[in-house]
Write a protein that binds this ligand. Structure first.
Ligand code: NAG
Ligand code: NAG
Ligand code: NAG
Ligand code: NAG
Length: 391
């Protein structure tokens, strides 16, 4: 936890060191006077390290932020309208009944190599889930009746472009048509389930947040991808990063459908090569930024889909059959610290984030990627052994 906080505050210190001298002096003076105010307002802490640290005491932080005019700009009419709509949707309480379902949204180029494993996962839970498939290249061949005829109208998808977000929205809107769908999970063809259906169902349906990864990556592949054109609606400080594989509550899915304003900024200004040296990847930034702006407390900030970036390439590691053992699967299913990989420094940096579910420490991951199709039989054999039904 201490580590996380330190890293999170990194950028702030960074700003200070890069300031030109006169401004730095003015800032130092004002920070000192604020510390004095802070000391007066919280006499019991006195000049303790917490106050001088500028950060570890909640009271000091609040006192400081009250003095620093962070958001001084006026909202445009569109923003005011967008925020009013969002506020109203968020006020609608979730409506969970025994008919409530989880919608599994498969975003795939074509065939789903792990259909047999998913079939094991869904078996016996009919009525508690619905499946939607967006095949962007070719119509898949199915072996499971749960997957037959579940394709929606689809379109081409280009990696990194807004067409990826459009496909996600197409899946969401199709799933929204069924009022029993209360939670929505986006999955790729290389994703696998890590727990039993019952565990997954309870974990998602009774969670009080949506699981959307969202963090500050101060490096070139994070905040470095922010564009001036996104102003004023999307400030650089508000720019976030996160994996595309979300799970979200019905209210949040409706909010995504309602948003035209923030979406249009990403459609126009976020894509590979839109500005010479920037490779903005729309699906890595739109939802993480949007939700951290409009409902920061309503998202987990970490993803329930495990992924391994340890090789530090453009794409994550793909596990083949020979790399999978019961021990490995148990490691992944029991992990309770999530990892965010930033693009700071030559090899990137890692932020560690504890996973809590309604305030209780719980395993982070319900799904995992990426797996090579040759891992199918190994996974089907291990499935009853690595999954746990107890939440
Ligand atoms: C997620 O991060 C935001 C900052 O972007 C923070 O305000 C919020 O409290 C975090 N959410 C949770 C559930 O910790
Ligand atoms: C499982 O986790 C332990 C402890 O972190 C580690 O030593 C071990 O190598 C892991 N095993 C596999 C197969 O990943
Ligand atoms: C979720 O539950 C935890 C634990 O009760 C609580 O601290 C947190 O504020 C809740 N979040 C929301 C968005 O209700
Ligand atoms: C999985 O569990 C079953 C039943 O407990 C056991 O017979 C089998 O040997 C286990 N398989 C592995 C690979 O551990």
């Amino acid at each position: 936890m201490g580590e996380t906080q330190k890293i999170l505050q990194g950028p702030r210190h960074h700003h200070h060191t890069s300031l030109k001298k006169p401004l730095w002096v003015v800032l130092a003076v004002s920070v000192t006077s604020m510390l004095l105010i802070c000391t007066r307002m919280f006499p019991r802490h006195g000049r303790s390290s917490s106050c001088l640290g500028l950060s570890s005491t909640r009271g000091c932080e609040d006192a400081l932020s009250a003095w620093l005019p962070v958001h001084v700009r006026k909202y445009t009419d569109e923003e005011i309208a967008a925020r009013a709509v969002v506020r109203d949707i968020l006020r609608t309480p979730p409506f969970i009944t025994e008919n409530s379902k989880i919608a599994f949204l498969f975003l795939t180029p074509g065939t789903l190599p792990f259909e047999k494993l998913w079939d094991e996962f869904f078996k016996g839970h009919e009525g508690k889930f619905s499946i939607y498939i967006h095949p962007s290249k070719e119509r898949p061949v199915h072996i499971s009746r749960h997957f037959s005829d579940r394709e929606i109208h689809s379109d081409e998808v280009t990696w990194g472009r807004i067409s990826m977000v459009d496909a996600e929205k197409r899946l969401l809107v199709n799933a929204l048509e069924d009022p029993d769908n209360q939670h929505f999970v986006l999955l790729s063809e290389s994703c696998i389930p890590l727990h039993t259906f019952d565990y997954t169902y309870r974990y998602l349906l009774y969670s009080n947040v949506s699981f959307i990864e969202s963090f500050v990556d101060p490096g070139p592949h994070g905040t470095g991808r922010h564009m001036e054109h996104m102003l004023p609606e999307i400030a650089k400080d508000d720019f976030r990063k996160g994996a595309q594989w979300f799970t979200m509550k019905r209210q949040h899915a409706i909010i995504v459908m309602a948003d035209g304003l923030y979406y249009s900024k990403f459609r126009q200004y976020c894509g590979p090569g839109i500005e010479a040296d920037k490779n903005c990847i729309a699906d890595e930034h739109y939802l993480p930024t949007f939700f951290s702006m409009i409902d920061p407390m309503g998202i987990s900030n970490w993803s329930v889909t495990y992924v391994d970036w340890s090789e530090r390439r453009w794409h994550p590691k793909t596990y083949g059959a020979h790399e999978i053992s019961l021990e490995f699967m148990k490691n992944v299913t029991s992990e309770d610290m999530s990892v965010h990989v930033t693009s700071v420094g030559e090899h990137g940096d890692e932020l560690h984030w504890p996973c809590t579910w309604n305030g209780i420490t719980r395993p982070c991951y319900l799904f995992a990627r990426k797996f090579h199709p040759d891992a199918l039989d190994t996974l089907v054999n291990l499935f009853p052994n690595y999954t746990s039904a107890v939440l």
